[in-house]
Design a protein around this ligand. Sequence first.
Ligand code: GLN
Length: 545
Amino acid sequence: MPTKYIFFTGGVVSSVGKGVTAAALGRTLKERGFNVAVQKLDPYINVDPGTMSPYQHGEVFVLDDGAETDLDLGHYERFIDIRASRVSNFTTGQVYAEIISKERRGDYLGGTIQVIPHITNEIKRRIGLVPKTTGADIVLVEVGGTVGDIESQPFLEALRQLRTEVGRENVLFVHVTWLPYIGATGELKTKPTQHSVAALRSIGISPNMIIARSDYPVDEELCEKIALFCDVDQKAVVPMVTSPVLYEIPLLIEKAGMADYVLKMLGLEAKQKPNWKEWEKLVAEVKKPKPTISVALVGKYVELHDAYMSVREALKHAALAAGVEVKIEWVHSADLEKDKGWDVIQNVDGIVVPGGFGSRGTEGKILAARFAREKKIPYLGLCLGMQLMCIEFGRHVLDYEDANSTEFDRSSHHPVIDLMNEQRSITEMGGTMRLGLYPCVLQPDTKAATAYSTALIEERHRHRWEFNNTYREAFEKAGMIFSGLSPDGKLVEIAELKDHPYMVGSQFHPEFLSRPNRPHPLFVGLMKAAAEKAGVGEKKKASEK
Ligand code: GLN
């Protein structure tokens, strides 16, 4: 069977959930027995989002092979339950870097290098790598941004060419648009959708399907109108009203008949009947009223929740497993340094300190870690959150007054977190951290080992600094347990406190491997401890019986 491609373009405005739509459709196709792969094309010129501020770009999602990718990859992995690889995300920057290095090597033998064909060929080559490396039957490709952006033009041109090259019957264009609501007249407007389809047509692409995103119900008549003006089948106009339950979207797509229509258009027949039992149970569970517990997420980019997308999702997954609803309190770490936000911290059932870079706000996170340790509030530290938990322990339990990470204070007398040896000589910032999947051995009879109930794990990393082994013995004597180590014993991967209900920090990022139906053990551990502290959830129920 030839590889089938579904290309997703965006119209009107960005951030209307193109990635989630692609991921959810991917899931409905996987349910029909197909091997599905997804790819995101990012039109910006950065080589990857690894060096971009989370304010600009949201979270950097790290894959098994260490690729630092767009946060949409997180949606793909969580919805379709796949493990993506480096080929699943590329940027204009990567495309140009490749072409320019070839040119410098003299590979073009004096030829003039142009957007068409050189850039577009490189784009097509990279799309082709997905079926080549995954063997996928269906490849879903999402183009970042909105039609009309200067940056995305070469991508759209490449897709247009690809349609002819692989055969029109093997390609489907899905255009995701937004229907604005006019409050004064109380109606939804289709005109911007019409314009964005016209813009797409002017570059030679006619969409086969339109997903009309909206915050309000979209009636039949409106769909008819979109079908008529945008020249698609009425069946091919799928209204998609914003759902408060993210994981309901695959079910909504199923109900709208989108997967069957897509298969028909691609000349495919389902290999099996979709089985939504587990997913329906999950959504029903999400919707069920449950006791609420609150968890403070103490970060420095908290204004933009997307910066902690996977952490938020992992908390939600774990809450489901613990039978509670989690209310995330977004606390700005710098506020805690200015005596603000403590009213929130004092009333939460758990604290999460996520990853981060640079010194801004770290003292506030250290204060939060101290509060969690002293008041016995369940705490989970993710990467930087683990490092700061160790710094706090060094300062206040071991009396190392200026304990710090050399990332923030090079002259500290107690650099309990220090640069990894391999990192010392590196001068380039992009893609040079300890990235991707590494094994970790769990020490028996620890909170970590209990949470995982296995001895060997593999988790995704993204850091330069690590726990300084000079201090291991002193920390252990004072009550810290290094419950996860690299197999050679040289690197601390998980630290936890002995006399505390749950104070655990991991040098890796567990949030990237959490799935809605397979919550991450370390998050479940946190949530259970938090639920217990609040006197709700599973444990309580068991003791009530
Ligand atoms: N800045 C720290 C380091 O590089 C932590 C990184 C992180 O939290 N991802 O080691």
